[in-house]
Design a binder for this molecule. Structure first.
Ligand code: ATP
Length: 378
């Protein structure tokens, strides 16, 4: 993930003047259980918005309320400016693609894709034309006569997508759209999905529990925890500036140092952490009372590893390399620092200087830039 998300980001622009979906204080209870807890959110036209969260956090329930399969216990949902309270699922400008794809096994690809249009009783000629166009768009033209069981997982996924898109919804809801695909195919399909979305201009809301998928697909994403949306932002914002320990932990890997604010100026702060033998100096202020307990979160790729002792007496730690995992494009070092804490450091394998590589059991110095830590309240 680190390779995909650099400081500059690669995000597609979001037109924030064009609100397409507005969720206002929506709560959904099942008996005493609160599945979705007072969620408010705007999604703009042409976005791929990802709802990301662990199992049971309420993502699917939120999606089902947008589709009209569940009614909110309280709160309101607007799509294209219209309150959806009294609008039935099939009257909404929305289509949903299910995790299971729900293809008709006895129907050919072509017939599966045509099904929704036939229900609408469109003229045969128009149906044939739209189905052919859509199969071309998802590159399934040659497989039109096959049945679902004669297709690969990726091809079945494209049939489900074609079937949802052929009805020309303004909003497409996708529940774990790539969950059934293996890793390699999933990556290829992520880019196909982005291209398709850009070509058709449909607004996508995608539910996923896979953070890499959300980071790749999303123009913006909302991180959910126990029914609440805890942070909304572009993938870069969420990765670089998580607003809580939960988000920092959930998105990518991160080293958390527990500490106390010992200096708090408008343009810098110092944190004393019992987990380090040095202080942490951060080159921006935060709003927290003096002495407050905080977390300093530092991403593994922002930590340097060297044999030589750094000049600065702050933002550093000494340790011993306990484990190295070679991942091809990068290596992960697990370094046990003097306090006993394990720190994770990643290094790109761009240079082949094997003889100079730091190895197991070597004593090393870790250091980081004053701009690297994200300071979070405890
Ligand atoms: P997953 O990734 O596992 O699908 P999710 O984030 O999509 O999880 P939801 O399906 O939205 O989670 O469910 C949220 C919570 O609401 C879960 O604890 C679930 O058990 C509960 N829940 C969902 N539907 C119902 C229902 N019809 N009746 C009772 N509880 C429900």
């Amino acid at each position: 993930m680190t390779g995909k998300h650099t400081e500059n980001g690669h995000q597609r622009p979001v037109d924030k003047t064009n609100e397409y979906v507005r969720i206002e204080n929506v709560t959904k209870r099942f008996g005493d259980f609160v599945a979705v807890d007072n969620v408010s959110l705007s999604v703009f036209k042409g976005e791929i918005f990802c709802l990301l969260g662990g199992s049971g956090c309420g993502k699917t329930t939120l999606l089902r309320m947008l589709a009209g399969f569940e009614a909110p216990t309280s709160g309101r949902i607007f799509i294209d400016g219209q309150d959806m309270a009294d609008t039935l699922p099939y009257e909404r400008p929305v289509n949903m693609m299910f995790q299971s794809y729900a293809l008709f096994p006895h129907m050919s690809v072509e017939k599966n894709v045509a099904f929704g249009l036939e229900q609408e009783k469109l003229p045969r000629k128009e149906i044939d034309q739209r189905v052919a166009e859509m199969l071309d768009t998802v590159k399934l033209g040659e497989l039109a006569r096959r049945k679902p069981h004669q297709l690969s997982g990726g091809q079945r996924q494209r049939v489900a997508l074609a079937r949802a898109l052929v009805k020309r919804p303004k909003l497409l809801l996708l529940d774990e759209p790539l969950g059934a695909l293996d890793k390699k195919l999933r990556e290829a399909t992520q880019f196909e999905l982005i291209n398709l979305q850009e070509k058709l201009g449909v607004t996508f809301i995608v539910v996923t529990h896979d953070q890499e998928e959300a980071m790749t697909l999303a123009s913006r994403m909302g991180v959910m925890d126990r029914g609440e949306i805890v942070q909304v932002g572009t993938p870069t914002e969420i990765y670089e500036y998580p607003s809580s320990k939960f988000v920092a932990d959930f998105i990518g890997s991160v080293n958390m140092f527990e500490g106390r604010l010992i200096e708090d100026e408008p343009n810098f702060i110092r944190i004393q952490s019992p987990e380090l033998n040095s202080t942490i100096y951060v080159d921006h202020g935060i709003s927290a009372p003096p002495g407050a307990s905080v977390w300093a979160a530092i991403r593994p790729e922002k930590i340097e590893i060297a044999r030589e002792e750094p000049e600065s007496t702050e933002n550093r730690a000494r340790g011993v390399v306990r484990d190295i995992a070679y991942m091809g494009d990068m290596s992960i070092y697990l370094v046990k620092i003097d306090s006993g804490k394990m720190v994770r450091v990643t290094l790109p394998n761009s240079v082949r200087q094997l003889s100079q590589r730091i190895s197991w059991d070597e004593t090393v110095w870790l250091s980081w830039d004053a701009s690297s830590p994200v300071v979070l309240p405890q």
